[in-house]
Design a protein around this ligand. Structure first.
Ligand code: 8YV
Length: 319
């Protein structure tokens, strides 16, 4: 079979794929240009893509032999799923294996913003740490007894709740479907209305998928309802948050701070207003970025691809 990849996978995975298939990997500028994507995919039976690729109707139409689209991600908002399904194309994705790594990153952003780690790093590097800090300088906020509000209680939200419990936090969550009593009990979490979660949380962490319903759902009105000291964490998708509204709220200290791994447009541009703000920690969309997790994602992608190209359901299939 012929496979087209819009970017590299770890070496072992490419080696394994090359033993089984004719493999064409895009090694140039990322994301791949539209022209290169269209010409790369035209003979392919299988496609491996990433969240920064747009797999729309035209791309799908240009690939007349395509049997499987496998994204190296848990998010699949970049694929026209309905259209691909109408063409009998299998769609694979990589949930589960990245849950712990992404929850770790969300929690590290929580710690970083509340304890001002990156902020103090910036102070030292700028040569501005000019006197020892005493009782009142550079104090952060402890997490114990603080309320974490988890927006979207899927796999990653639940993994974050486990971490919060160990740190003595109280966790509320809002989700379209309420968890069972048993799961709520074992995680030590309470179900909340969306407005209750927004107004009562000290930290709000976003774990909903990006859809037309969640597009821009975190906006000026949302920030107005948050506590003035509350912190927003986003490791899901940038477009769930209205970035302009967030920047204004942070600038005016209408909310306490933010930890952001994802942005409306990536990479975030040099000099973006967010980079000028002290109460923000920025990371470069690295939620799943550990060697172990990326290896697991690659293994799963290969399995998804082989099953999908054989006309079978991938291990994790988008329906
Ligand atoms: C990216 C992600 O796939 O899983 C997702 O939805 O956004 C990430 O895991 C990864 O950063 C490679 O681009």
């Amino acid at each position: 079979m012929k496979i087209f990849l819009t970017g590299k996978l770890p070496d072992f995975a490419l080696k394994e794929l090359r033993k089984m298939h004719i493999v064409n990997v895009h090694t140039g500028k990322i994301p791949i240009s539209r022209a290169k994507l269209l010409s790369g995919i035209c003979n392919a039976d299988g496609l491996v893509c990433f969240p920064f690729d747009s797999i729309d109707q035209d791309v799908i139409d240009s690939a007349i032999h395509l049997k499987a689209i496998c994204t190296f991600s848990v998010g699949f908002d970049h694929i026209d799923v309905k259209y691909a399904k109408s063409k009998n194309i299998q769609i694979g994705y990589t949930p589960d294996v990245l849950t712990e790594a992404t929850a770790d990153l969300a929690f590290s952003l929580i710690l970083d913003v509340t304890r001002r780690v990156t902020e103090s790093d910036r102070i030292i590097r700028a040569g501005k740490w000019t006197k020892p800090y005493g009782a009142v300088e550079f104090v952060g906020t402890g997490l114990q007894s603080k309320t974490l509000g988890i927006l979207g209680m899927g796999r990653i939200g639940q993994a974050l709740a486990k971490r919060a419990a160990v740190f003595g936090m109280k966790t509320s969550y809002y989700n379209r479907h309420r968890l069972s009593n048993n799961v709520e009990k074992s995680l030590g979490v309470k179900y909340s209305s969306l407005s209750g979660l927004i107004s009562k949380s000290d930290i709000i962490s976003v774990h909903v998928p990006y859809t037309k319903d969640t597009h821009g759902m975190i906006n000026a009105a949302f920030f107005k309802k948050m506590k003035k000291t509350a912190i927003l964490i986003n490791t899901a998708r940038g477009k769930i948050v209205n970035q302009r509204d967030l920047t204004i709220s942070l600038k005016r200290n209408q909310i306490g701070g933010a930890g952001l791994d994802v942005f409306e447009s990536e990479p975030l541009q040099k000099g973006d207003p967010l980079t000028k703000l002290n109460n923000v920690v920025l990371s470069a969309h690295i939620g799943s970025s550990t060697v172990q997790t990326r290896d697991e994602m690659a293994r799963l992608t290969i399995k998804n691809l082989n099953l999908g190209m054989a006309g079978k359901k991938p291990v994790h299939s988008v329906e």
